[in-house]
Design a protein around this ligand. Structure first.
Ligand SMILES: Cc1cc2nc3c(=O)[nH]c(=O)nc-3n(C[C@H](O)[C@H](O)[C@H](O)COP(=O)(O)OP(=O)(O)OC[C@H]3O[C@@H](n4cnc5c(N)ncnc54)[C@H](O)[C@@H]3O)c2cc1C
Length: 464
């Protein structure tokens, strides 16, 4: 029901109208060329949202209040630098856009005092700049989408091994800016673990990081920008560690209970051998998504896998999961058409806290089916990914349930996000997680790099 009854599947974007831009765009056209500055209603409406549920609902209602005044498509690092410098001097706000798959309000800044907002679409910057086959590194421009990155790297025999469910649209820069984690994270690591260097354009100039594979030369500035969600600068290229392409074989396993499964995957994570893909569904997810009993465990591995304590189910469940792995999240759109509610939330914690964290989140969300799986494991802990399904929840009820779940996550020792990022939705809990002094330190960094608060105000950090 969602409080959405009677809503059409959405006002077509082609039919929306927007007010004229609040500023003269000639300063932008002088930098990137008139053909790369868009002020038409369609382009502006498209760049007014991401993929959070409020984003989708706003879009369906034809609400374009968050549309930027202009969309700019720079073609190089220098053009990004020049746009930022111009925007800072003109009092404009800039929002970098990659694949626009943010599910946490990361593309909708909070600002009332702006002269205007510019969406910076990075997808024109889509080249593989360099491959170093000896060091096994590659440098990609920020706007390369994940499938293109895999295709470009495969021409050199390499893979990134980063396969999040947003794979089809998300970009290399977006992965770095949000510290994304893919389904093969057990084997290839999270995206931030793959990054060996970054080039960043800020309103005050360029920062380059990543001179060597490891360094004791002070704090590692890469980590200032990984996860910075466009608040400190715009990542224009990323140097990543790559690996030779390997075919993985997928298999299904049955375990008796989620508690047993957690022990099994913990032992694999701590003592090995660890498959590249390791995904454990709880009883509810196994029943509702896989029509199975007990708990389904999926493994994907280049070699033989043995999972002590689990019953082998053969290749079929693994192959089935592989075929449908990018489809699930987009069901949200069609379920919204039917007035049903599906949302997700995720967290991570040390192993010793996982059972209590799992129970606390399930307890905090009432009147809905709560499904859960573990898909990212570490020696010291794991992430929990919850899917909430309800035929009758309203958006207000979800907002309250999500707040209760977020409080429960912090109380149980989890992090407010393992891979979706902070955006605007998680900001209040992020502030609690990091603490006042931590936020003050980050705001000092922002002031140094972005003194006019040009970039993503209110995203990641509270607006100043
Ligand atoms: C269907 C679906 C499935 C998803 N599955 C996963 C998953 O499996 N794992 C996962 O980790 N996430 C997942 N996500 C979340 C999302 O895909 C990630 O946050 C992703 O990393 C964002 O990449 P993007 O290119 O789409 O960035 P965008 O959504 O365009 O931007 C995300 C944030 O980063 C900023 N930004 C973007 N590019 C840059 C840049 N070059 N420099 C600086 N800042 C920048 C933006 O301003 C914004 O704040 C999913 C989202 C959807 C819609």
């Amino acid at each position: 029901m969602l409080g959405l009854e009677g809503q059409s599947p959405g006002v077509p974007l082609e039919e929306v109208t927007v007010a004229p831009p609040r500023f003269d765009v000639s300063g932008l056209t002088a930098i990137v060329g008139a053909e790369h500055v868009h002020t038409d209603a369609l382009a502006r409406a498209r760049f007014g949202t991401g993929k959070s549920t409020p984003d989708l609902l706003r879009q369906r209602a034809g609400d374009v209040t968050t549309a930027p005044d202009a969309v700019v498509r720079p073609g190089s690092h220098d053009e990004v630098l020049a746009v930022l410098a111009y925007a800072a001097s003109a009092g404009l706000i800039c929002v970098p856009h990659g694949g626009r798959t943010s599910v946490v309000g990361g593309l909708v800044p909070e600002s009332s005092s702006a002269t205007g907002t510019v969406a910076i679409d990075l997808t024109r910057m889509n080249a593989l700049l360099d491959v170093d086959p000896v060091s096994r590194t590659a440098t990609l421009q920020a706007g390369v989408r994940a499938p293109d990155a895999e295709r470009l790297l495969a021409e050199h025999g390499f893979t990134l091994g980063h396969f999040p469910q947003s794979f089809e649209y998300a970009t290399i820069g977006g992965f770095a800016a949000t510290r994304s984690s893919g389904q093969a994270s057990a084997g290839y690591g999270r995206f931030d673990a793959m990054v060996v260097g970054l080039t960043v354009a800020t309103p005050r100039g360029t920062i380059e990081t990543g001179r060597a594979p490891a360094s004791a030369a002070g704090p590692d500035l890469r980590h200032l920008f990984l996860g910075s969600e466009g608040a400190f600068g715009i990542i224009t290229s990323v140097t990543v560690r790559v690996r030779p392409v390997k075919q993985l074989a997928y298999q299904g396993w049955r375990v008796e209970s989620f508690a047993d499964g957690l022990e099994i995957v913990r032992k694999l994570a701590q003592d090995g051998p660890l498959p590249a893909v390791l995904r454990l569904s709880d009883e509810m997810e196994t029943m509702l998504q896989h029509s199975g009993e007990g708990c389904l465990l999926i493994t994907g591995s280049a070699g033989d896998v043995s999972v002590p304590g689990a019953e082998p189910l053969g290749e079929e469940p693994g192959e089935k999961w592989l075929r449908g792995r990018y489809e699930g999240p987009y069901l949200r759109d069609s379920l919204l058409d039917a007035g049903a509610f599906v949302e997700t939330l995720e967290t991570a914690a040390f192993w010793s806290r996982i059972p209590a964290l799992y129970a606390a989140v399930r307890e905090a969300i009432t009147d809905a089916f709560v499904l859960c799986h573990v898909s990212h494991v570490y020696e010291t802990g794991a992430s929990l990914y919850f899917t909430v399904v309800s035929p009758s929840m309203t958006l207000d009820e979800w907002t309250r349930a999500k707040a209760a779940a977020s409080d429960a996550i912090l109380a149980a020792g989890g992090t407010i996000t393992h891979h979706h990022g902070v955006g605007t939705d998680h900001r209040d809990w992020y502030v609690r997680e990091v603490g006042a002094l931590g936020i003050e330190a980050l705001q000092a960094v922002k002031r140094a790099l972005d003194p006019n608060a040009t970039l993503n105000p209110g995203i990641l950090l509270p607006p100043v």
